[in-house]
Design a binder for this molecule. Sequence first.
Ligand code: 13P
Length: 279
Amino acid sequence: MPLASIRSMLLAAKSGQYAVCAFNIENMEMAQAAISAAAELRSPVIIQTTPGTLKYAAPEIYLAMVRQIAAAAPVPVAMHLDHGETYEMAERCRAAGYTSLMIDGSKLPFEDNVALSCRVTAMAGETPVEAELGTVGGKEDGHGAAIDYTDPDKAAEFAARTGIFSFAVAIGTAHGVYKGEPRLDIALLKKIRAVVNIPLVLHGTSGVAAGDVQECIASGICKVNYATDLRMAYTAGVREALALKPDSFDPKYFGAAGREKVRLTAMERIRLTGSQGAA
Ligand code: 13P
């Protein structure tokens, strides 16, 4: 299929009380694995790239690769910019063909975050925009931050003034590997849900207990981001393959092993978030 918009995906998830997985990919094997997991489970899927990934290779390269893999898939695949850092980065990804864009002004003062998000929604036109208020903690692309919980009243004002399509909440999750047990504030999520009637996004989902993820979805989350889990799965597959045959020098050998681990992990996450059979 041609690349899909997350608009219909997330609105269907919102009314159906399930969530669509957004998988961060780093290479072709991870993209193939995530999309083949979705195809096998008849699920829509979102593929996304962070700024760090886009510094490693250009957005046009990832877009072309994902578009080709999606063209042969029997399920809708969206291509999303994750944590877009600047207006220019969002504009470039949109021009490349990304079907949705996140602009992350969460480290800026409130008014500056509103202004940046407004500029991006105006530029994006029909392309859906995600933004964040408050701070998801942990490390993404090597940058660390402490958790700063989303203020529900500010969230309502932010969503109304910016015209964003989806909203990333900070309710206690963190990017990267958790040092302790993550403690999510589900009551806060419900308060946000009560005043922000657009699709809500959970970041930092790797390492969150399955029951907590399901509770978040029951409380209004309809897009769930996974990066660390897939990076770890890929690397574990590569490590195991190289340990088994230390003399191997064919990247296809260990790449296929990484790809298979990512496929299995992605299938597990899709089953958990309830989008199986939704495509
Ligand atoms: P994790 O690395 O914790 O899965 O977070 C992913 C994410 O939120 C990407 O935006």
